[in-house]
Design a protein around this ligand. Structure first.
Ligand code: 5GP
Length: 170
């Protein structure tokens, strides 16, 4: 099965000139989603993770089912201000301004084997910031993965752990 057949490209979203790869049609197709998660489980399982960190919000949709499949835990990396209790943040630069990603301070046990997941790698800023944050709270980040990679943006060059994707656009 070609996973690309189930991904829609929507022009001018969220702003003019951006071609947005929409995974809604993959999620709503039971066979295609099953196949995609099966393939992701093989890739991610090779890292022998203890815990999967999903990046808000579409990364949750990838990490939560994979955690169940692989028998490991799932942790949410969220935008600043969304998580209760004590949190640790990592700021990163956007095209205009900055943003911050947060974890609960006890989300990862020291030395735990962590794989960070998102739906899509574009410039790599979000994933790189999340990996740095996981390291800050003591995680041993052994890999990262996403369903889609936009190779022309070369986000992979910003990721200092092994990164895998199911499909790419160039
Ligand atoms: P980056 O930080 O790598 O530039 O952007 C990746 C983040 O933006 C991911 O969290 C991803 O969900 C979101 N994103 C950027 N472009 C797209 C896109 O075309 N499709 C989807 N589904 N997400 C995108």
């Amino acid at each position: 099965m070609d996973i690309k057949d189930h991904i829609r490209a929507i022009p001018d979203f969220p702003k003019k000139g951006i071609l947005f790869y929409d995974i809604s049609t993959l999620l709503s197709h039971p066979d295609a989603w099953q196949v995609a998660m099966g393939r992701m489980a093989k890739i991610v399982g090779q890292h022998r993770p203890d815990i999967l960190v999903g990046i808000e919000s579409r990364g949750f949709l990838v990490a939560a089912p994979l955690a169940l499949k692989l028998g490991c835990g799932f942790v949410m990396a969220r935008k600043r201000g969304k998580l209760p209790g004590k949190t640790v943040e990592h700021e990163y630069d956007l095209e205009y301004g900055t943003d911050a990603i947060a974890l609960q301070d006890d989300a990862l046990a020291p030395g735990q084997r962590v794989v960070v997941l998102d739906d899509l790698l574009a410039t790599g800023g979000t994933l790189n910031a999340t990996i740095e944050l996981c390291k800050k709270v003591g995680g041993n980040v052994v890999g990262a993965a996403g369903i889609i990679e936009l190779t022309f943006l070369n986000g992979r060059s910003r990721i200092d752990v092994p990164f895998d994707s199911l499909i790419s656009y160039d």
